[in-house]
Structures are given as structure tokens and as C-alpha cells.
Design a protein around this ligand. Sequence first.
Ligand SMILES: Nc1ncnc2c1ncn2[C@@H]1O[C@H](COP(=O)(O)OP(=O)(O)O)[C@@H](O)[C@H]1O
Ligand SMILES: [Mg+2]
Length: 435
Amino acid sequence: MPQLQSRLRDEKLSQLEIAARQTVAPVAATVGGERTNTDVTRVVRAASDAANARVTLLRIGRVGGLPVPQTITDSSDPAQPELALPTADSSARTGRVASGSEVSADGPVAEVAIPLREGGRVVEVVVYSTPMADVERNVAIVRAQILVAGAIALALAVLAGWLSARALAQRVKRLEKAAEQVAAGDFSRPIPVDSDDELGQLAVAFNDMQRQLAQLDRARKQFIATASHELRTPLFSLGGFVELLEDEELDEETRRRFLAQVRQQVDRLAKLSVDLLDLSRLEAGSLELRPEPVDLAELARSVSSEFEPVLAQHDSHLEVRLPGTPVEAQCDPVRVAQIARILIDNAVTHTTAGTNIVVSANRDNGFACLAVRDHGKGIPRQSLSQVFEPFYTSDDAQGSGLGLAIASELAERMNGRLGVESRPGRTVFTLELPA
Ligand SMILES: Nc1ncnc2c1ncn2[C@@H]1O[C@H](COP(=O)(O)OP(=O)(O)O)[C@@H](O)[C@H]1O
Ligand SMILES: [Mg+2]
């Protein structure tokens, strides 16, 4: 607003100056001439009409060498307010055109003073003046309009802000509701994704999370169901044998046979509980591993030798193939031995009697590898991806299906990997460990 005001004032002044310069000639011509006062007054009035401004003609008297302007005649009627005309003073002093403004009783007034000379000396000054009330009025109108427009814009902005905040709040509320449902265990209702802005992306991420949680939840339920089933079977069987053993008239031979069965079931239960505990610790991340430099060749040799009695029973031959030098790996030796036992045990259990087995250790691609190969009938292609899942066992197998699940979890915990390749006549499980 102040800028607009001063621009309009400058504009007014320059228009006044142009009008003054265009109409000043007849007034200048009266200087020093033999004109009557009425003549001069008429000329001044004419200039005033032509310039559409009040015109005041002043004579420059001198008091102590200083110029003092005194009014000769004024185009306006006496009703108009008295003006101090400060531009007349400065024009008389400098001998140049002066422009400026003063504040009269009726408001601000724009003024342009033009010096009139006689023989090179400034003897009179003519001042054109015009009220600037219209400038003030225009500025006031513009200010009012800007204020109204600003108020409307503010109201619209507030409304728009409120509406969009409400829409956002509703969408956030929907997310919150969905989160509450998930927290309550209901994974069935995904959130509709209605945009691709940040909230839309959040909804997508949320739905992904919900899917994964649902999957985990299913896996957990299935794990519990299968684990309890696995526990129940040997327990029932034990119960049956105990009942049979209570029979007093049982001959010694049968009693021994039953006791052997009982021992087998107890062993199976013991192994199952150890396995379950291992697996749950692995999945909870609470199984502590102590990695250290280990010679896989040495470890393969010692674990293989543990199987001598079993192999003799199974009528099969186990060959250990090792390079001349140690195969160093960074791993927990106790856990790697556990993996090796699981693999060799499978090679014996899931093959027919007389099947040969090869255990080898070597360095490959920056990894230390331990491989167990057998020449059994192999794993069907469609089951290959399932063998590492907990509780997966082939129909004819006796085990609980936790061995490979534990082995592959352990391998991953040691930054390694357990892989399998199988076709009829050749099955290889390879454990890769960081060298
Ligand atoms: N060397 C192998 N030859 C053929 N099948 C195997 C071999 N190793 C594992 N499998 C298959 O993988 C399944 C899962 O093995 P595992 O997790 O050790 O459980 P389990 O031995 O208790 O059945 C076995 O039931 C078997 O079907
Ligand atoms: Mg097994």
C-alpha cells in the first residue's frame, strides 16, 4: 500500500508538472510587462483552466538577501484553503522548477513551482497545485478491495485445508482400524488402496505386512499342530506297550521285545524334543553360535567315523574324500558336526541297504564346502523344495522331518547355505561356509 500510494503521488506530480510546463508561457509573458493587475489575474485564471490546477503567482521580495515570495494573484476563489507553498521558496532559492507536496486543511496537495526570470534574475514564481485527495481515495479503495479479497482467500484456504485434513484424517483412521484388526488376529481384510500418494504407499506396505503376518500365523498354527501330532504318536504307542507289559503272564521273550519297542519310542521322543527345542531356539534367534576357524576336512573325517557301526548294519560303505591340505572355514564346529550328522544319517536312513556314501570337503569359489553324496533312489523333483521345511518327511520315513530344517537354519546362522541336488542314483547335499 505505501508503495502504491507514493507511486500514485509521483504520477500526479509528474502530470501536474507536464501541465504546468505546457501552460506557463502566457504567465511568464506577463513578467516585467506593462500589465494591469486584472490582466495578470485573467492570464493566471486562463492558465489554471488550461492546466486544470490552482495557479498562484508570487513575487520574490528580498529580506536581508534571502528571497521571500509574496502572492500577487491566485486563480482560486477565497474559499479554498490557504497554502504555505514551500515549493515556491525552494524554486526561488535554486532558480529551478521545484515539485513537492504539503498538507493543507483539506488534505495533501501536490505542487509544482516554476521560476520566472527578468534579466536572468528570478523575480516571480508561479505555483501549480492540485489536491491529492483522489490519490488517498483510490489507495483506500484498493486497500479495502485487497483486504476483502485477502479475507475471502484466507477463508477459502482455511476451508480447503480443513477439507483435505478431514479427508486425510479419515484415511489415517481407516489404517488405524485395520491395524487394530490385525492386532486382534484378523488378517482377512486388506485395506483398499485408492491412491498412489504417501498414504496409498503406506496402505500397500501395510497390506504386504498383513499378508506376511497371515502367512506366519498359518505357519505357526501348522507347526504347533504337526508338533503335537508328532509328540502324540510315540506317546500313544508307549501307552499301548505299557498296558501290554502290565500283563503278568507275559513270557520273558515277548516282554524283552516290548521293552525294546518302548526304548525305541522313548529315544524317538527324546530326539524329537531336542530337535524341537533346537528349531524354536534357532527361529527365536536365541541359539548361541561360537564361530572359529575350523578344518572341515578333519571334522568330516571324525563325524564319518562315528557312523561305522550304523554303516556296518546297513551294509554300506562310506568313503571320505579330502584334499591333502586343511579346508579352513569360519564356523561353530559343534553345529557343523550336527549338520554333517543330519546329512550322513539321511544318506543312510533314506537309501536302501548297501548304498554307498561319499563325504567330501573342499574349497570352492571362496567358500569352504562339505558335501554328502549317496547313490540312493533320490528325492522326487517336486519334493526338492520341501525337504528343508520343518516336519516334511517322505511317507516311508521314520523321522520327524526336522533334521534338514534345523541343518539349513544352522547353515544360514553361520552365514552359509545348505543346498541339494538330486536325481535317481545320485543325491548331493552341499554345505557352503564362509572360508
Ligand atoms: N539322502 C537322501 N535321499 C533321499 N531322500 C532324502 C535324503 N535326505 C533327505 N531326504 C528326504 O528329505 C526328508 C526330510 O529329511 P529330514 O529333514 O532329515 O527328516 P527325516 O529324516 O526325519 O525324515 C526325508 O524324509 C526324505 O524324504
Ligand atoms: Mg533325517
